[in-house]
Design a protein around this ligand. Structure first.
Ligand SMILES: NC(=O)c1ccc[n+]([C@@H]2O[C@H](COP(=O)([O-])OP(=O)(O)OC[C@H]3O[C@@H](n4cnc5c(N)ncnc54)[C@H](O)[C@@H]3O)[C@@H](O)[C@H]2O)c1
Length: 316
């Protein structure tokens, strides 16, 4: 049977994710939902009318959902659900400022996903990311491997872009890695960064690398400050769509994601940004990579910072 993917939340992040998923042309159906009456239906109609031009057969279905889960039947049978519902940041806000309001939204969405798509893999993108991923797992009651979050792919892509720009080389020649949390304790891993296979440290002075690391850590805020009305969505949707594709194709692709860590790196019991092999069941396994002492210390610090915040999500 053909694959079905649902995107909950038809804002900037959700609508661009739905577009990318539809244009892959690997799904039977892309469902797009939102609580704003008519918005997902209108976007779906518009996306479907792009099919003859872009040349894809995937059908996009838009559905407004109600406060008591009305309309959620449409997500039945979804292999993957991407949760983008929730407010984005405005200039000056931190991701944690969104915690209270987005927790209510994500909990309600997760409960309906559990009811109507009990076998789906859930990819969370709503912020604050690490906490919303932990909350979605609690509220769905799904096995931890079937709930993951998107952050690392985006942070890594930003880092790669900045390195490519600084060295004036193609992005395809640059490999970077970021682990940790989607926020202040993001852990860039310079020892894993290369350009055409050459260590980044041989190509850029340490202070320049540090400058790019800082810009990467603040990559989201930089876009928010320019847009003034919301946050980034082109690069974020590219990342979430790739993750959903890895699930749908059961590809086993190793991607930096927010995954449940259970002993890897000597860290346990927390959702954290790590590399993981992604397939039909979500996270097949967390993939450990060799880290320097200071990188490992940074990852452990990030784990403790998000652990403290994730402990509170049960009460939200
Ligand atoms: N993880 C990341 O890397 C990353 C990157 C960028 C943005 N984000 C986050 O993604 C989220 C969405 O961002 P955006 O730019 O699309 O915002 P947006 O305001 O454009 O869209 C959010 C949409 O969610 C909808 N919504 C609200 N409550 C809902 C509910 N209960 N059910 C269904 N839909 C609901 C809104 O009506 C709106 O259309 C934000 O929380 C933002 O912070 C995460």
């Amino acid at each position: 049977m053909g694959k079905k993917v649902t995107v909950v939340g038809a804002g900037f992040y959700g609508s661009t994710t739905a577009q990318r998923l539809a244009e892959y042309d690997i799904f039977d159906t892309v469902v797009l939902t939102d609580i704003v009456e008519g918005k997902p239906e209108g976007l779906a109609l518009d996306l479907n009318q792009s099919r003859p031009i872009e040349g894809f057969e995937t059908k996009v279905v838009g559905q407004t959902t109600g406060p008591n889960g009305e309309g959620y039947e449409v997500i039945e049978g979804s292999d993957v659900v991407v949760v983008t519902a929730g407010l984005p940041r405005k200039p000056g806000m931190s991701r944690m400022d969104l915690l209270g309001v987005n927790a209510k939204i994500v909990r309600q969405v997760a409960e309906n996903v559990a009811k109507y798509a009990p076998n789906a893999v859930v990819i969370v993108v709503s912020n604050p990311l690490d906490e919303m991923t932990a909350l979605a797992q609690l509220a769905t009651g799904f096995p931890k491997n079937r709930v993951l979050g998107q952050a690392g792919m985006l942070d890594t892509a930003r880092f790669t872009h900045f390195v490519a720009e600084a060295l004036a080389v193609p992005v395809g020649s640059v490999k970077t890695l970021t682990l940790g949390s989607h926020g202040d304790t993001m852990v860039p891993v310079p020892s894993k960064c290369t350009v055409n296979g050459k260590p980044l440290a041989e190509l850029l002075p340490a202070d320049k690398i540090e400058e790019l690391v800082v810009r990467t850590r603040n990559g989201g805020a930089e876009v928010v400050a320019l847009l003034k009305t919301g946050s980034a969505y082109y690069a974020p949707s590219a990342a979430a769509a790739r993750m959903a594709r890895a699930v749908a194709e059961d590809s086993g692709a190793v991607l930096p994601v927010c995954a449940w860590v259970d002993g890897e790196y000597g860290i346990s019991g927390v959702y954290l940004g790590v590399e993981a092999a992604i397939g039909a069941n979500g996270v097949n396994r967390v993939v450990e990579t060799d880290l320097t002492e200071s990188e490992l210390a940074g990852l452990k610090e990030a784990a403790e910072a998000v652990r403290a915040k994730q402990a509170d999500v049960a009460t939200l």
